[in-house]
Design a protein around this ligand. Structure first.
Ligand SMILES: Nc1ncnc2c1ncn2[C@@H]1O[C@H](COP(=O)(O)OP(=O)(O)OP(=O)(O)O)[C@@H](O)[C@H]1O
Ligand SMILES: [Mg+2]
Length: 289
């Protein structure tokens, strides 16, 4: 029997209000309970305004719970003494790269985070090279970041967080501004980091990206309304549609094929799985002729 793992992040009864002192506070999170384990690749999906970013910001202490608790490696986010150690554990990449650029030269920008964590010079250089290589931006290392395209800026921002080697990497729609190729590069890099043991929390509107994770949670109006493996969650095509969410195109195709022929498995997720199933059926039919 394996020993029970300790969650790296533990969330209990998390509520968050914006403008809590005002007459019309916004109740953005309404009782979240969640354990995230080391090595998880957790994908968060949900309609606009469902609370995904608010949840992410609570995880690296940009916001603190109005009610309830979050522990990162046992450190409660309510305690100000824990803020810095939590921020060096949980790195976050946002959607809009402009807000994240701090230096006038790309490599200095990437070095900024790890330098602040006190990483020594030799290692710093190594990390900057590695992170710029991962996002394919080594050729731009001496350029001014403000002259780069939005997608290139986003790669630099991602490199900056990766160079801090956080144990938990949060990506809040970080690939939204990239073209499909750039998105794939980043996804590949994130997958590689996850394979090396980094815990990943990815917020996305791209449902096929959700298939990357080992766990998916679906948020709606400040609550977690579905949770499971991608296969389990995306099997609920109709419920997801009610939440105005898509499913990956592969799942949609399998779903429609299952409606036509109930022997077709409705919960296929990967392109190869659908192709294999169709080929198998074509083979069977040929054999029967
Ligand atoms: N700074 C803020 N001040 C007041 N209300 C806010 C603020 N940021 C978010 N909200 C509100 O809190 C709720 C949750 O917003 P949040 O940004 O967490 O949702 P989200 O799921 O990340 O949405 P999106 O998919 O659009 O990024 C929404 O009702 C939103 O309008
Ligand atoms: Mg958001």
């Amino acid at each position: 029997m394996s020993t029970p793992r300790e969650p790296i992040i533990k969330i209990r009864n998390l509520h968050f209000h914006y403008n809590s002192e005002s007459e019309n506070p916004i109740h953005a999170l309404r009782g979240i309970d969640l354990d995230i384990y080391p090595g998880d690749y957790l994908v968060i999906v949900g309609h606009n305004g469902s609370g995904k970013s608010t949840l992410a910001k609570n995880l690296n202490v940009l916001l603190r719970p109005t009610e309830g608790d979050i522990w990162v490696k046992g450190m409660n986010t309510h305690d100000p003494a824990n803020t810095l150690p939590i921020r060096s554990t949980v790195g976050m990449v946002f959607q809009i790269p402009d807000n994240q650029i701090v230096a006038t030269i790309v490599e200095e920008d990437v070095a900024f985070g790890p330098e602040n964590l006190g990483v020594p010079d030799d290692e710093l250089r190594e990390r900057v090279d590695w992170a710029l290589g991962v996002v394919d931006m080594l050729d731009y290392r001496l350029r001014p970041p403000h002259r780069l395209s939005a997608g290139q800026k986003q790669r630099v921002a991602i490199a900056g967080v990766m160079a801090m080697k956080p144990e938990v990497l949060i990506l809040d729609e970080s690939t939204a501004m990239l073209d499909p190729e750039g998105r794939n590069d980043v996804l590949r890099a994130v997958r590689q980091l996850n394979e090396e043991g980094v815990t990943v929390i990815a917020i996305t509107h791209f449902m096929h990206e959700a298939a990357e994770g080992n766990r998916v949670i679906v948020m709606e109006a400040g609550r977690i309304v579905m949770e499971g493996t991608p296969r389990e969650v995306f099997a609920h095509v109709e419920e997801l549609r009610d939440l105005q969410l898509d499913v990956p195109q592969t799942t949609q195709l399998a779903y429609y094929l299952n409606k036509r022929d109930s022997t077709f498995p409705p919960d296929l997720l990967l392109v190869d799985e659908v192709v294999d199933e169709v080929e198998r059926r074509v083979g069977e039919r040929r054999g029967a002729l």
